[in-house]
Write a protein that binds this ligand. Structure first.
Ligand SMILES: *Cc1c(COP(=O)(O)O)cnc(C)c1O
Length: 227
């Protein structure tokens, strides 16, 4: 268990080092600990070591963990594909849904909120194996529709490039996501600019930070291999 506190320190150190080489402020980076497949005791251990934001990929697993950990002030991010019929159950539990790729899902989420819910649009960069995410061509229209939807607050973009053992292969996707955010922002008034780029996982987050990530989603480097 002490291992998790040690891993967390190490990841935080790597984030600071990546920021330092990129000339960025580490305060700009939110570390989301992706705890899917991990038991609640492990989340408690990470919390005790100072971690606050956690990511879950499955609605049922999230609901069970949020209930079991209701005594802790955790910030939950939904990082898996969100089925439309699960949106209403997820909405009251999370601070952020990172994987929006359809206006209908966002409308379902918005209905169940009193305070606006942060959302990110998942973008499918070229060659991604996953079926989730909008194409870069579809992005502007979805972003515009989401910006005017009450109950949610569009914060930025997320991507999940295919796993490649060579992390430098993720760089073009991260770069493209940052460019897409710039493109959206070029059409928005300064007060409405989108700030967040969720990109980078255990094996490639340093490169994501170099390309402008503000949210890194890290599982294995904190918790070890998933069962
Ligand atoms: C599982 C998962 C992660 C964490 O991956 P690691 O390689 O274990 O760090 C990050 N983002 C998403 C969307 C995931 O599904």
């Amino acid at each position: 268990m002490r291992q998790i506190a040690e891993n967390l320190l190490q990841v935080q150190h790597r984030i600071r080092a990546a920021c330092s080489s990129a000339g960025r402020n580490p305060e700009e980076i939110t570390l989301v600990a992706v705890s899917k497949g991990q038991p609640v005791e492990v989340i408690r251990e990470a919390y005790a070591a100072g971690q606050r934001a956690f990511g879950e990929n499955y609605a049922q697993e999230l609901a069970a963990k949020a209930a079991a950990l209701a005594d802790l002030p955790l910030e939950w991010h939904f990082t898996g594909h969100l089925q439309r019929n699960k949106a209403k159950a997820v909405a009251p539990l999370v601070q952020c849904v990172e994987t929006i790729d359809a206006i209908e899902t966002a409308k379902q989420l918005a209905q169940k909120r009193t305070a606006p819910l942060d959302i990110l649009i998942q973008v499918k960069i070229a060659n991604e194996a996953t079926k989730s995410g909008v194409s870069p061509a579809e992005l502007p229209a979805l972003a515009e529709a989401l910006r005017t939807l009450e109950g949610i607050q569009l914060r930025g973009l997320m991507c999940l490039p295919p796993y490649d053992p060579d992390p430098s292969r993720s760089r073009p996707a991260f770069h493209q996501l940052a460019e897409l955010l710039k493109g959206l922002n070029s059409r928005l008034p300064p007060s409405q600019k989108l700030c967040d780029l969720s990109m980078g996982m255990s094996h490639d987050f340093e490169i994501a930070i170099d390309e402008g990530a503000t949210i890194v989603r890290i599982g294995t480097a904190l918790f070890g291999e998933r069962a």
